[in-house]
Design a protein around this ligand. Structure first.
Ligand code: HPA
Length: 235
């Protein structure tokens, strides 16, 4: 089964799906948001809205463990996640899609593992799924790599932080990619993110950054994002 984690601006994706069923899954971390289960091109798909459809949890309050545990429990083996991000590079513009190959973790207070009771150190040298990444890249409509910097949020960044992230080799900055990719690896699910650039990061853009800008681009590019997801599922 393929899991789709919908980020900001992507709350439903079942338009072309058949046999749609809705399910809330119980996990040791609490109930999941309502998951849509459906068939698309003969494949079983599970869609989960990351921020939950009825609550709007901000990035640092999302129950990442419940979301990932629920997907594993219903049989998901591969995950396509969507993430709104700011660009740290002038060459990558609002509206572009980027498929990250690595991350830098600047989160501070999120439960980031399922292994609280015993010591387990997973290998995460290459955190993102090479198979899903190559299918996405073969669409020819994406920037084929990038380093995703995850901040705690919910505030945007200072100019000095953005400069630091650039010096460290970051490509994109967002608030939701971690710990999702790590938890997926812990549960042995193959995870790839489709990052949609909604803005130039603070201080790169001459304008003050607002969430309206983020929503506007997500709205404009949502159909292209859904096309990209559907063509990836087909292949
Ligand atoms: N910074 C952090 N998270 C984001 C941004 C940003 O500029 N844009 C969308 N999510």
């Amino acid at each position: 089964m393929i899991g789709i984690i919908g980020g900001t601006g992507v709350y439903e994706i079942t338009e072309h799906g058949q046999d749609i069923k809705k399910k809330i899954i119980e996990t040791p971390y609490g109930n999941s948001p309502e998951i849509s289960l459906f068939k698309f091109q003969e494949k079983d798909i599970a869609f989960i809205p990351r921020h939950a459809s009825d609550h709007d949890y901000p990035p640092h309050m999302i129950n990442y463990r419940a979301n990932l545990w629920a997907l594993k429990k219903i049989g998901v083996t591969q995950i396509l996640a969507t993430n709104a991000v700011g660009s740290l590079k002038e060459s990558i513009a609002p509206g572009d899609f980027v498929i990250p190959h690595d991350f830098l973790d600047f989160t501070k207070m999120r439960p980031g593992t399922f292994y609280d009771e015993r010591t387990v150190h997973i290998d995460i040298t290459s955190p993102y799924c090479s198979h899903l990444r190559s299918v996405l890249i073969s669409s020819g409509k994406v920037v084929d790599q990038g380093v995703y910097v995850c901040t705690e949020g919910p505030r945007f960044e200072t100019a000095a932080e953005i400069k630091m992230f650039q010096i460290l080799g970051g490509t994109l900055v967002g608030m939701t990619g971690i710990p999702e990719v790590i938890l997926s690896r812990e549960l042995e699910m193959c995870y790839s993110s489709i990052c949609l650039v909604s803005n130039y990061a603070a201080s790169i853009s001459p304008y003050k950054l607002t969430i309206d800008e983020v929503f506007e681009i997500m709205d404009k590019r949502k159909n292209n994002l859904v096309d990209l997801i559907e063509s990836t599922i087909k292949s």
